[in-house]
Write a protein that binds this ligand. Structure first.
Ligand code: TXA
Ligand code: MG
Length: 312
């Protein structure tokens, strides 16, 4: 049976023994294991039922750790690191030989991120090795933003969940890399594109939607609840569908179950509430979720990206 607690020594012990621990971050909860241990990495893939072609992010607690994981850091990416770490930004870097091939699914780049959560930063410091951590949900499902979300789905497969409260951002990190000296965004996430452009100038947004993506988080259908999600104009959709729930941005609608992401129209609040709301609908008897896009600016772009993928 899984235990939920705040005991860092205990969490560290499990990790040192190549076992897995769910950890809080500012984006979503991660399913963590020693990123330099093939056994731990294999367990992550198994527990998540994740295909082995989908690589994992290495989480670090100290900037020095980049040097052991990556061969070099291009100047533009260095600028982003200085501005936004710790924070919701994952960077793809040419991997060093220290990094096990199964961490990167055989790719020559490794994804690295320094999360902004004091508990997990302390844990990283305690263990001294980087932590491989995908979102702590079964492959393809909505990411967890509370310890209880993790317990509901992975409770029988892991020994410990480190409880760091509700995730402050609620959406996964933004993933960037560099191609021909140009910064490319591969996954929209907690750090808005506008913030990245403030530091490095215009970037290319390359959200692959093919069946063989650079990052499977780009798979067209991903981050999806079990209920069918229909995206559009809610008022119009309500005339067409029955037994539905409504997930709106700020307006409240007259439906069996109606949930607003942010009554004040605040995009950060909406991001924080998105995944919990999708999970809530999955536990109800409605046939489908009717949802609408939010303003396509700042973190709103990442919210819309997740809604579109959930709607496929
Ligand atoms: O916010 C986050 O990033 C959370 C927290 C726990 O840090 N983690 C997370 O991990 O969302 P995951 O595994 O659910 O999503 C990471 C994405 C995947 O779509 C994966 O394909 C991509 O990052 N990725 C990892 N390594 C990569 C690499 N070497 N090249 C391209 N994409 C990579
Ligand atoms: Mg994930």
């Amino acid at each position: 049976m899984v235990e939920i607690g705040t005991d860092l020594d205990r969490a560290a012990k499990y990790l040192e023994n190549e076992q897995l621990v769910a950890v809080p971050t500012e984006t979503v909860y991660g399913l963590a294991g020693n990123a330099l241990s093939e056994n731990a990495i294999l367990s992550i893939y198994k527990v998540k039922k994740r295909p082995s072609f989908d690589p994992l992010i290495a989480h670090i607690g100290h900037l020095d750790q980049v040097k052991s994981l990556a061969i070099n850091v291009p100047e533009k990416l260095q600028g982003l690191i200085e501005s936004y770490w710790p924070g919701p930004l994952t960077i793809l870097l040419k991997k060093s030989e220290t990094v096990p091939d199964i961490l990167t699914s055989g790719l020559n780049r490794v994804a690295v991120r320094m999360p902004a959560h004091s508990m997990t930063l302390s844990l990283l410091e305690k263990v001294g090795f980087p932590l491989a951590a995908p979102s702590a949900n079964p492959f393809g499902y909505v990411s967890p933003t509370t310890a209880i979300h993790v317990e509901n789905q992975l409770g029988s497969s892991i020994p410990y969940i480190l409880d760091g409260g509700d995730c402050q951002i609620g959406l996964e990190s933004t993933i960037v890399g560099i191609e021909n000296e140009e910064v490319v965004v591969y996954r929209l996430g907690g750090l808005p594109v506008e913030k990245i452009e403030e530091i490095v100038g215009q970037v290319k947004v390359h959200l692959n939607q093919s069946s063989n993506p650079v990052a499977p988080g780009m798979l067209k259908s991903h981050y999806a609840p079990k209920k069918r999600l229909i995206l559009g104009n809610i008022e119009v959709l309500l005339k067409k569908y029955e037994h539905v729930g409504v997930l709106s941005f700020k307006e409240k609608y007259d439906a069996k179950i109606s949930c607003t992401l942010s009554a004040d129209g605040n995009l950060e609040e909406a991001a924080k509430n998105l995944f919990g709301s999708l999970r809530m609908f999955d536990d109800t008897a409605i046939d489908a979720i009717l949802a609408e896009e939010v303003p396509d600016i700042g973190i709103g772009k990442a919210i819309n990206d997740r809604l579109r993928r959930a709607a496929v």
